[in-house]
Design a protein around this ligand. Structure first.
Ligand SMILES: [Mg+2]
Length: 132
């Protein structure tokens, strides 16, 4: 499995890496712009990510914007959402607007509330079939 961890906070990235590294290779990005670049590069190389953990609040490009760009890129390559990368949004506090934006306008798969709990993250991995 191939995971992309996106968060502007170093500690959050390391924490997620610790949770995910036994289930696959983890790459990291520090903002939405880096995430989009990494996502496109992996896809163009024919080695797309299976999962992206995407923080919402980040400088440069936030998670909501990155989510839309990623889904748009998949669509441009003829990939339907069900066959696309699994995207989990993460933030400390969700407003109803955040959720509408992420699910209905953005096309994320799930969301987790920070601090992310290992059990919750692993439950999602299991549901996606990424955890043996
Ligand atoms: Mg952040």
């Amino acid at each position: 499995m191939k995971f992309l961890i996106v968060d502007d906070n170093y500690n959050n990235r390391i924490l997620l890496q610790k949770m995910l590294s036994q289930y696959g290779d983890c790459d990291m990005a520090i903002d939405g712009k880096e995430a989009v670049d990494a996502f496109k590069m992996a896809m163009d190389d024919g080695q797309p990510y299976n999962l992206i953990c995407l923080d919402i609040m980040m400088p440069e490009m936030n998670g909501q914007e990155a989510l839309k760009v990623i889904r748009e890129y998949e669509r441009s390559k003829g990939i339907e959402k069900d066959n696309g990368v699994k995207i989990i949004m993460a933030t400390a506090l969700y407003t109803p607007q955040d959720l509408i934006e992420a699910f209905f306008n953005g096309g994320c798969n799930d969301y987790l509330t920070k601090p992310i709990k290992r059990a919750e993250l692993l439950a999602l991995l299991e549901r996606y079939g990424f955890k043996a």
